[in-house]
Design a protein around this ligand. Sequence first.
Ligand code: XIL
Length: 363
Amino acid sequence: MRTTVLRPRVRTAALAASVALMLGLAAAPAADAASAHRPETATLDQLAHKTGRYFGAAVDNPELADTDFAKILGSEFGQTTPGNGMKWYATEPQRGVFDFTAGDEIVKFAQSNGMKVRGHTLLWHNQLPSWLTSGTWTADELRSILKNHITHVVKHYKGKVFAWDVANEIMNEDGTYRENIFYKTIGPSYIADALRWARAADPRVKLYLNDYNVEAIGPKSDAYYKLIKQLKAEGAPIDGFGMQAHLALQYGFPDRLQENIQRFADLGVDVAITELDIRMLLPSDAAKLAEQADWYGRVTDACLTVKRCVGITVWGYTDRHSWIPSVFPGEGAALPWDENLAHKPAYDAIHDALAKAAAAKKD
Ligand code: XIL
């Protein structure tokens, strides 16, 4: 897609040099030609694209009004995820009344900038509309509400999103099912049903389960491993596993991340890093930013090493617009660009990891 941008620029520089030579002029300064080849001129997504992956960033609707922000979002990244715009409270604010305004705005931005969109999310225990959470439902009623929601939303975005987080955060830390409204009312069968309804509404979109604290090998990721294996055995349509990767320096780097990504890939599903950010206790300092950069590089490397790790999405890209400070008081500085939209060491670490993998691919 946007890797092509690189080639014409390289050719233009070469062409300019040869035209200058033909005209008997001094050749274009070597620095000019070299700068066209310099890896820093490639965006994160251009590099990722060379490896067959995307590099994306989530966005929340109000942020699109920040024009400096939107410019970088539209140029540096090849994929986006609506931070809130496709959640249940936004898409079905009243029972049976659908509102796609917020999601459509992000799809439109993505389309006009050549970006892919991940749909997020069809069901979750958070950010549900109050008509749903305050109602009392029989299993049959809730099943039909869920089916109707999934069917409408997936049909609306058919051909516009390449993947859906069908079910978000459905496991507890100890690997038991989270007792969300769907589990409590319907039981665990809601998961396979949700996948089947989504598949019926769009036969081509990739269907994911998505969660946090599943980057390491442990009880929670083990539970997903078992579930995905079981869903596959039952013939339920499961295409991918999303690791949110909301990491924090103070909790340590996730144990055996690459091995964990690989074992899901080996089950025959795609894996995506879907909501990457790496927060720290504030204030930030050079040592923490260096450690953060190292982690960003390691997460990128881990994905690049596994063939079926299809892409990485950061949850916002700048500390100017990040969900962290409001949800984790005293923490922040989690993203690769700072508040002034300047690159942090984390940006360079991601860029280096991608550039290395891109260079290892044949042009
Ligand atoms: C967050 C949004 O970024 C915030 O704006 C909102 O207030 C709360 O939700 N895991 C998820 C995302 O799957 O949907 C969450 O997004 C972050 C944690």
